[in-house]
Design a protein around this ligand. Structure first.
Ligand code: ADP
Ligand code: MG
Length: 222
């Protein structure tokens, strides 16, 4: 009965996840549909940039959940951590420009880690997304890559809204969100991926000041 119960819980969870994905992806798609109808009626393709950014948003949302769709497909390989980080930062270029956000980097030292590349991308993506969402009126995100006690350390610091102690203590809880359009899954996924990678996470935050999320991933000796 224990296993049956656990499977039922999994099904309920998967259902809730599916609903929140559907909801989040429908919003940008509805916007693009409306703008395309206008363009067709007027035979004039205005709002091209807005459509592209909305489609990119839908893409990011779907990307955020790829890990939940196939959790068994973990493929561990030796990877350069800095390369993965750079790839994810590029995904955010359009969005940061549109939202008046500056991302700076201190690339002290990149190391080789044994990881599932897509899952680590997911970790960086979810953390950066939160940092951006904590900066509704623009601001600054700093990304630092260095090595500390056998770990590749990646630190994301934003000068955004910050969190209360209560929000911080519940941050990896599924469906706990403070955002009207949030789903409260991002940091749960981060936490789960870090567990499978023997990684660490330390979060410091102060309401009104900002947040820093420090990730540690064991360095692979070559
Ligand atoms: P979601 O982003 O959908 O709300 P997450 O699991 O990614 O879900 O985050 C949970 C909550 O943690 C957010 O709703 C927010 O309140 C808080 N949070 C996470 N990262 C930050 C951050 N960088 N700055 C401020 N609050 C954050
Ligand atoms: Mg999030």
């Amino acid at each position: 009965t224990e296993e049956v119960l656990r499977n039922t819980e999994k099904l309920v969870f998967a259902g809730q996840v599916a609903v929140s994905i559907a909801h989040e992806v429908r919003n940008p798609l509805t916007t693009v549909k409306g703008l395309l109808q206008l363009a067709h009626r007027d035979n004039n393709l205005r709002h091209y940039d807005l459509m592209m950014s909305e489609l990119e948003r839908a893409n990011l949302i779907v990307g955020e959940f790829m890990i939940l769709g196939k959790p068994q497909a973990t493929v561990f390989k030796l990877e350069d951590c800095g390369g993965i980080l750079e790839e994810v930062l590029q995904l955010f270029e359009i969005q940061t420009e549109l939202n008046d956000i500056e991302i700076t980097r201190t690339l002290e030292q990149s190391a080789t880690i044994r990881c599932d590349r897509n899952q680590i991308k997911q970790v960086f993506l979810n953390i950066l997304k939160n940092a951006m969402e904590a900066l509704p009126y623009g601001g600054h995100i700093h990304v630092r890559l260095d090595v500390w006690e056998g770990y590749q350390r990646i630190t994301f610091t934003d000068n955004g809204t910050g969190m209360t102690e209560d929000v911080l203590s519940r941050i990896v809880e599924p469906f706990h969100t403070t955002k009207p359009e949030g789903n409260g899954l991002g940091m749960m996924i981060v936490h789960r991926i870090l567990e499978t990678h023997d990684g660490t996470m330390t979060i410091r935050s102060e309401a009104g000041k900002g947040t820093s999320v420090e990730i540690g991933l064991p360095i692979q000796d070559m």
